[in-house]
Design a binder for this molecule. Structure first.
Ligand code: GLU
Length: 423
């Protein structure tokens, strides 16, 4: 097995009836680009940041995936995230391969102007290896529409052309799509609703704790609350709050948005600043006795070290990779249902696909149209995953991987096989 593959993908490759070609192709990242991205700081000094873009697989279409700004970004992390994007796009039946990029930086330590220069510099370094038919970046951890706007403008200036399909997750004014901001949280709710329907449970009887109150976590919490689920706890990097009778995430989100101010890209307030709620130690949120634990922060929130504390019967993976592979096996053994990231958080890239189509055609879709299409796609794909897991007697993650890998493998095999050489 290759150093670039992982236990979950290896399991799928080992157990499915695939050609050797497909197995070999999927075990390796197609392109891994390392860049040194220079910017001038506000005091005039030059600083160089390490950055990567990994185009893991492009069999189904151009590489697609976000760019994150985080001090913990490494080549290995970007590779793993790009691999997950490959599975996610194939599972959702999008005409995309998988990619991911990142800059090793604490973006909150930069001024707004430095952040803009860094975003633009990243695009300058990557320009000839990206584009609407090659590799299409989007937001991820610590990046957002404003940052995508700077990146899209830089791309267009170098290309000397308007190229709205080169980057997704842009501001509406620059050709972004209606519905993109709420899409990840919205579709995570669709998957939870499908689970509730199949388990014969009513939303009002389902308690939910949400770890992470960034874009995806906050929108999920607000929409789930509106749909009747009982949100009893939410957390962010500043702390956690708990309310036994349930809380309304909307005012908490409004407060956090106010913390952004006009000149700031990130909020400097926490969910903890809200009044009327009991404070909770941040790590206690994971151990709450709730029905559903929604993980919307970073990867490896649940590992072998804390998996024993988990009491929830269902884990909803809104972040990418919040449950480590070992912990995932333990949870499966204990009968905990893990609704996997590659399905649960795929609403973001699905609406990115809608934005890409609008960018290519010059069309503009209404919020209703985007919403209806997103719903229809999840109404098609989510049941496929639940049914496949039942049929195979496997976890939902293994089922999602099986569907995705079979789609990619069919495309690899259709492009040519070894028969030609055997005469
Ligand atoms: N960063 C998001 C993800 O992990 C969105 C990617 C995209 O829209 O291309 O799915």
């Amino acid at each position: 097995m290759s150093e670039q593959s992982t236990p979950i993908l290896d399991r799928a490759l080992g157990r499915l009836d695939l050609s050797d070609d497909a197995r070999k192709m999927l075990q390796h990242a197609h392109k891994r680009i390392q860049m040194s991205v220079p910017i001038r700081r506000d005091d005039g000094t030059l600083e160089v940041f390490l950055a990567w873009r990994v185009q893991y697989n492009t069999v189904l279409g151009p590489a697609k995936g976000g760019v994150r700004f985080h001090p913990g970004v490494t080549l290995e992390e970007a590779t793993e995230l790009a691999r997950w994007m490959t599975i996610k796009c194939a599972l959702m039946d999008l005409p995309f391969g998988g990619g991911k990029g990142g800059i090793q930086v604490d973006p909150k330590s930069l001024s707004r102007q430095e952040l803009e220069r860094l975003s633009r510099s990243f695009v300058r370094e990557l320009h000839n290896l990206m584009g609407p038919d090659t590799d299409i970046p989007a937001p991820d951890v610590n990046t957002n529409p404003r940052i995508m706007g700077w990146m899209a403008d830089e791309y267009d200036q170098i290309a000397r052309a308007r190229t709205p399909a080169a980057i997704t997750g842009k501001p509406l004014a620059l050709g972004g799509s209606e519905g993109r901001v709420a899409a990840t949280g919205q579709a995570a709710l669709y998957v939870l609703q499908e689970w509730a329907k199949r388990s014969d449970k009513k939303p009002k009887d389902i308690t939910v704790a949400v770890q992470g109150f960034g874009n995806a976590g906050a929108h999920f919490a607000m929409l789930a609350h509106k749909a009747g689920f009982k949100i009893v706890a939410v957390s962010d990097s500043g702390g956690a709050i708990y309310a036994k009778e349930g809380l309304d995430p909307e005012p908490i989100h409004t407060e956090k948005e106010k913390g952004k101010g006009l000149d700031k890209v990130y909020s400097d307030t926490s969910v903890r600043d809200g009044k009327d709620h009991q404070e909770l130690e941040t790590n206690k949120l994971l151990a709450l006795d709730v029905d559903v634990l929604a993980l919307a922060a970073l990867q490896d929130a649940v590992t072998v070290d804390n998996v024993g504390d988990i009491q929830a019967g269902v884990i909803l993976e809104i972040a990418n990779g919040p449950v480590s592979p070992d912990a995932d096996d333990t949870l499966y053994g204990r009968g905990v249902t893990v609704l996997p990231d590659v399905l649960v958080n795929a609403g973001g890239v699905t609406v990115s696909y809608y934005e890409w189509i609008q960018g290519r055609t010059g069309d503009r879709w209404s919020a209703e149209e985007v919403h209806d299409r997103l719903k229809a796609r999840f109404d098609r794909i989510a049941p496929q995953c639940f049914d496949r897991a039942e049929k195979d007697g496997s976890s939902m993650r293994d089922a999602a991987y099986a569907i995705a890998v079979e789609r990619i493998s069919a495309a690899i095999e259709s492009r040519g096989d070894s028969c030609y050489f055997k005469g």
